[in-house]
Design a protein around this ligand. Structure first.
Ligand SMILES: [Zn+2]
Ligand SMILES: [Zn+2]
Length: 361
């Protein structure tokens, strides 16, 4: 399927407009003109989870979209889940037809500029004492970060959890013990801790608001989740103008699978609730069962900068939260640096031992 991407064009000079993070408006590549993005006051809706499951269960058509760049005329392919991208040759924004029934209903616009993101990244990398030098070179080389709008699900749910388990209370018993004092056996009394376990059961309730789950398979799900927290109060109704100049995707983790991940997050919170409910000094949970009601969801796009770094055949991903600036990623460790550090430590210990030894013989 061939198609022409959409571009937003500058009224002043005919150049291509991109979303500008500093002004929160569209800005022209060439003359710098600013064009206002009409702001909507529409409230962000929550959708019923069960209805959503029925709606999204329809099979999606995977189309092979061939795109011709409006500016340089180059033709290239886009992945079926990409909503927007950049021309690989001239970096002109590409905005696809968003007429599909699955379209994100809201998004958080970029708050952090690419430059700020780069600074945060540098600071973060700088603190990695054992990171390989190549990584630092990569950072100092000012390699461009890529700005993505990635799909997220957010879930609200009222939960009721039945549990049973045991509550442990510490108490002390007095025990007699014989010790030797000045060569004589003396009987002393000591307090010794014991735990008394009593069976407990009960129910806890928790209303969850906006549990966020990364819904892109492009980047590892666990990495996406570590970018939290997101301030979902800043969600605005979807407008494709915010995508101009950024790569964006629709979800590749579906609603059902997304909710499974959300349940894992909620479970961690509920376990804390149960332990508080049990009380005492120690708690043991033998059984828990959670019922979810009034579950709603939102499909959204969140702003993320990404840096990819290949080192010793392994690919490392770094992500920067485009709203808060938080950096997450795997940390590659330089074996050489660590070895040198260990050898230095041993050398110092040997020297200390040697000097110490001389004074004491
Ligand atoms: Zn212009
Ligand atoms: Zn082009």
């Amino acid at each position: 399927m061939k198609f022409k991407p959409k571009n937003f064009i500058c009224k002043n000079c005919g150049g291509v407009l991109r979303y500008d993070v500093l002004s929160h408006e569209l800005k022209c590549d060439f003359c710098g003109s600013i064009e206002k993005i009409e702001k909507s006051n529409k409230p962000i809706e929550e959708y019923d989870f069960k209805e959503g499951l029925a709606k999204f269960s329809k099979n999606r058509v995977v189309d092979n979209r061939e795109i011709t760049c409006n500016k340089c005329g180059a033709t290239f392919k886009l992945d079926s889940y990409e909503l927007s991208s950049l021309c690989p040759y001239c970096k002109t924004p590409i905005i696809t037809d968003l007429t599909k029934d699955i379209q994100p209903k809201s998004l958080i616009p970029f708050e952090i500029t690419e430059k700020e993101a780069q600074e945060r990244f540098k600071k973060w990398i700088g603190s990695l004492w054992f990171a390989p030098n190549q990584l630092k070179d990569f950072v100092d080389g000012n390699k461009k970060l890529i700005g993505y709008y990635l799909p997220y699900w957010t879930f609200d749910s009222n939960t009721r959890t039945k549990y049973s388990g045991e509550r442990g209370d510490i108490y002390f018993v007095t025990v007699k013990r014989v010790v030797e004092i000045n060569g004589e056996d003396v009987e002393i009394e000591e307090e010794e801790p014991r735990i008394m376990w009593t069976p407990v059961s009960g129910e806890v309730y928790h209303s969850f608001d906006d549990v966020t789950v990364g819904a892109s398979k492009t980047i590892s799900h666990s990495l996406l989740d570590r970018l939290a927290p997101w301030n979902t109060k800043e969600l605005i109704p979807f407008n494709e103008k915010y995508l101009s100049g950024f790569v964006s995707e629709e979800y590749t983790i579906d609603l059902n699978e997304g909710f499974r991940y959300a349940k894992e997050q909620m479970k961690r919170v509920i376990i804390g609730d149960i332990k508080r409910d049990i009380g005492g000094d120690q708690q043991q949970i033998d059984y828990m069962h959670t019922e979810y009601s009034d579950t709603t969801y939102k499909d959204t796009l969140f702003p993320i900068y990404s840096a990819e770094f290949k080192w010793q055949g392994k690919l490392y991903d770094y992500l920067i939260n485009g709203q808060s600036g938080k950096v997450v990623g795997e940390r590659p460790y330089s074996v050489v640096k660590i070895t040198i550090a260990i050898i230095s430590t041993i050398t110092i210990l040997v020297i200390i031992y040697y000097i110490y030894g001389r004074y004491h013989h």
